[in-house]
Ligand binder design. Structure first.
Ligand code: GDP
Ligand code: MG
Length: 163
């Protein structure tokens, strides 16, 4: 089985941290669509016996629009378009923000398979955000700590279930 997974979410939730953990090394920038996906990175991810292509978006596109939504939208939509499945990430310590809801709507409208990850869930500080994340309507959240490598077994199970 081979597939492409795009990590989607507002800046600072931990997307690149998870990307680096699953790919295991830093990769050169991918620059296939200047102005749209300039900061997008692709790599070959390993998670137990799964091998898949993973896409990380920087989430900030200069010049396209003054708003966060406008700057992120084109890049996010391009990543969603080229993926078979989406890993939608929130920061469980912050909870669900208006930006999270905006990008969750984009993901939902794309009609692709989605796994919801509540990152920064190490310790107890993410519990309220984890519960709150059900309101995004993207299914049951997987508590994750990209930084500490926790929750990867649950992420594996959720991916297999979604695919
Ligand atoms: P991105 O903007 O979504 O790509 O987020 P980054 O991967 O750049 O991470 C943003 C910040 O969150 C950095 O300071 C990371 O070290 C931190 N971070 C990422 N994952 C975790 C995590 O699991 N737990 C905690 N506490 N911090 C994290
Ligand atoms: Mg990043």
């Amino acid at each position: 089985m081979t597939f492409t997974l795009a990590i989607i979410g507002r800046p600072n939730v931990g997307k690149s941290t998870l990307f680096n953990r699953l790919v295991g090394k830093k990769l050169a920038l991918v620059d296939d669509r200047p102005g749209v996906t300039r900061d997008r990175r692709e790599g070959e991810a390993r998670l137990a016996d799964l091998r898949f292509t993973i896409i990380d978006t920087a989430g900030l596109e200069e010049g396209a629009s003054a708003t966060l939504e406008g700057r992120m939208r084109a890049q996010t939509e391009a990543a969603i378009e080229s993926a078979d499945a989406i890993l939608f990430m929130i920061d469980a310590r912050v909870g669900v923000t208006p930006d999270d809801k905006y990008f969750a709507d984009l993901v939902r409208r794309a009609g692709k398979k989605v796994v919801l990850a509540a990152n920064k869930s190490e310790g107890k500080k993410g519990e309220a955000g984890l519960v709150e994340s059900y309101e995004l309507g993207l299914g049951d959240p997987v508590p994750l700590s990209a930084e500490h490598g926790e929750g990867l077994g649950e992420l594996y199970d959720a991916l297999l279930e979604a695919l």
